[in-house]
Design a protein around this ligand. Structure first.
Ligand code: CA
Ligand code: CA
Ligand code: CA
Ligand code: CA
Length: 527
């Protein structure tokens, strides 16, 4: 199972790493596991529903959250999951199904977007936590000032509630959508009060988890925090996330930070959110750190990007604000400081004026494929000469504490941008959540991938599964754009493997080209 190269590499590493790998081998063989994962797959309807394997996975998420021991890892397959329980055992109104919310208050590692067949994550095919409990398919149209969310009247007030988590808790790779906190009064969870008119998406109370590679989309509230409310000393780490088309009729369409809640936000996009005050973010008595983030087309009459209130003092570096009406407003003894930022109209120290739209295609932030986190996303710098390209300060990038590149170096600067490009390409880090990469060629004609799958199988073998309708070449690129492996497959071939044993463990871009000049691109983790 382990190839010679891997074993050779192992001998050069220290005993601790060897020990870790030894455990990994055992787990790979399904012989023994002292730190078993818990599996959740909505499609595993014929299994034992006990979470012990992908085939016996829990079909709902909440039973896994309830059963998991502290620090356990829960892996969740792609698919849609709805909250099934009201948080406290003695709810205010047990008949009110809208009080159902996913909830946990112990440090867990919760990882979504898995393909059970390969046990690998694919963030273009997400696990979705949905508040659409009446299952009538919410309709989200428009963006920013034109945003309308419909058919969410009977949705859950909150999709996910957390309390008392530390940075050891990690939530990675989900979309959170369809929460609608438009109620009155509150619900209780472990003695804490959660308002039914606040935070449709994720509601954190004295809770500071790591929130990574998440999309918050189409959540709503009538008061504070369309997608997220961080309250009462909640300072999560928010890395490589997207807040898009969330709405409130009051404060903070995307995020509302309240009462000494100061999240660290990196490589994150706020796009098309709507509020009365603070379209992207509203800070009240809170001072987040914001690095390499992008605020685009968020809307409201005052402070479309960020509104700071009651002595809030965010620090912002390497970030871009454009198309938000008023990009940043400071009220009631608040201030905004930082450097290497770009704004259409905020003129504080550390902000350079943008005379024109600096993005590749701001009208299509998700790009032609309609999915965030892919190479056609529209909020990348438009070109090598965009004012935001190479305009950041690399010393402001925080450390790679989550070890995104799995190289066991957690002290290096965060190595990737939001879509997996190297974070410091060319002269310097760019401003905003995306790094301009001249090597990325945007495809206009995708290979019909409905019956074609490409994935990393076992150890360092890449498999293309499906019927190839033309002679096809697969090229594997490093994140720096260097071609590191290539193989050509014949027409009508149905299952093909590509040996990538020479590659070190990490994330690669695989591009397939066929004789009909069609292209398919996929990001894969090869181990
Ligand atoms: Ca609905
Ligand atoms: Ca895209
Ligand atoms: Ca750069
Ligand atoms: Ca690292």
């Amino acid at each position: 199972m382990m190839n010679q190269n891997k074993l050779k590499m192992m001998t050069t590493k220290n005993y601790k790493i060897l020990k870790t790998l030894a455990v990994f081998i055992f787990m790979g063989c399904s012989v023994l596991s002292t730190q078993a994962q818990i599996y959740v797959d909505v499609a595993a309807t014929t299994g034992a529903n006990d979470g012990s394997s992908w085939s016996d996975a829990y079909t709902d998420l909440q039973p896994a959250l309830d059963a998991a021991a502290e620090n356990a890892e829960i892996r969740v397959a792609a698919g849609t999951y709805y909250p099934t329980e009201i948080p406290d055992e003695t709810p205010v109104d047990s008949n009110n199904k809208r009080e159902k919310a996913f909830h946990f208050n112990k440090d867990l590692v919760l990882k979504g977007s898995y393909n059970p067949e390969t046990d690998t994550q694919d963030f273009t095919n997400r696990s979705i936590l949905s508040g659409d409990i009446d299952d009538d398919d919410d309709v989200i149209t428009g963006s920013g000032s034109t945003l309308i969310i419909e058919k969410n009247t009977d949705n859950a007030y909150h999709v996910l509630i957390t309390a008392d988590l530390t940075a050891a808790a990690q939530i990675e790779g989900f979309m959170i959508t369809g929460g609608n906190a438009n109620g009155f009064g509150s619900i209780s969870y472990i003695g804490k009060t959660f308002f039914k008119n606040s935070s449709g998406g994720m509601y954190n109370y004295s809770s500071s988890p790591s929130i990574v590679n998440m999309v918050f989309h189409g959540n709503a509230t009538t008061n504070n925090g369309g997608a997220m409310r961080n309250t009462t000393f909640s300072s999560p780490s928010i890395v490589n996330c997207v807040f898009s088309e969330n709405a409130t009729t009051n404060n903070g369409g995307g995020v509302y930070n309240n009462t000494s809640s100061s999240p660290n936000i990196v490589n994150t996009v706020f796009s098309g959110n709507l509020a009365q005050l603070g379209g992207g973010m509203y800070n009240n008595l809170s001072s987040p750190s914001i690095v390499n983030s992008t605020f685009s087309e968020n809307s409201e009459p005052t402070g479309g990007g960020i509104r700071n209130s009651n002595s809030s003092a965010p620090t912002i570096y390497n970030s871009v604000f454009y198309g938000n009406g008023v990009d940043i407003e400071n009220s009631a003894s608040s201030s905004t400081t930082g450097g290497n930022n770009f704004s259409e109209n905020f003129t504080g120290t550390g902000f350079t004026a943008l005379g024109a739209d600096p993005f590749l295609d701001s009208a299509n932030p998700k790009g032609a494929d309609g999915v965030w986190f892919t190479t056609d996303d529209g909020l990348q710098p438009s070109s090598a000469s965009s004012p935001i390209t190479d305009a950041g300060d690399a010393t402001k990038l925080p450390s790679d504490t989550s070890d995104f590149d799995k190289d066991e170096d957690v002290t290096e600067a965060i190595p990737f941008d939001i879509i997996g490009h190297s974070r410091e390409l060319n002269a310097s880090v760019d401003a905003g959540a995306f790094e301009f990469d001249s090597n990325v060629v945007l495809s206009v004609k995708e290979i019909d991938s409905s019956s074609l799958d490409i994935y990393s199988s076992g150890y360092k073998t890449l498999v293309i599964h499906g019927v190839l309708d033309a002679k096809t070449t697969a090229n594997v690129y490093s994140l720096q754009g260097k071609l590191v492996a290539s193989k050509t497959f014949n027409k009508f071939s149905t299952s093909n493997s590509l040996d990538v044993s020479m590659l070190s463990t990490g994330i690669y871009i695989v591009k397939m080209y066929n004789a009909n000049h069609q292209v398919q691109t996929k990001k894969l983790f090869i181990q």
